[in-house]
Design a protein around this ligand. Sequence first.
Ligand code: MG
Ligand code: ZN
Length: 229
Amino acid sequence: MKIVAATKILKANDQLAEENRARLNAAGVFAVNVVGSPGCGKTTLLEALFGHWRGRLRPAVIEGDIAGSVDAERIDALGVPVVQINTEGACHLDATMIAAAAESFDYAALDLLVIENVGNLVCPAGFDLGEHLRLVVLSVTEGDDKLIKYPAIFQRSHALVITKVDLLPHTNFKLDQAAAGMRRLAPEAAIFQVCALHGEGVAGLADWLVLQARAVPRSPSQSPRSQQS
Ligand code: MG
Ligand code: ZN
């Protein structure tokens, strides 16, 4: 019998994630890992963002779901290149899956790779995919206590997007408590409030992500500045 320790699996994942990141960097593609519960509005947020990125960024999407392709079909309907990963039971994406899915894309034709992770606030926190930025989505209908109950995923994110804010009057969600919790867990993280379905707040997030994408480090061989003088 062979026992493989979880720390070893994570180490192998981290190594592959670095390789993914190196490939993205070499092509100047910025990658965002979108995490959050099932139904928090990840796909709806992406749909809303694409409208603001038209003509500014060339995006592609990797959709992670246990089964089916409903989200990938929604992205495809917007004319955005998309690959669906079916994890067949696994509750998170890992770097191997991203490496395999990325083969379908021509990185030279892209500026931004958005990875929509499997809906889950637990293990996606532990798996680096090779992204540059992790964006955690929390809908007001889930409750502001999620930051207390699932700290790791918020701690390891660079931005918190609070969604469905139009429903605030129908919930006991406290925006200030959620924001305070995020500042405690990830003091550097940016915080956004949006209603993706109707568009409020999406432009600001879209602009911020464009700025982040432009800051992607490129490999020395790709950088005009590294040319010999
Ligand atoms: Mg989705
Ligand atoms: Zn998992």
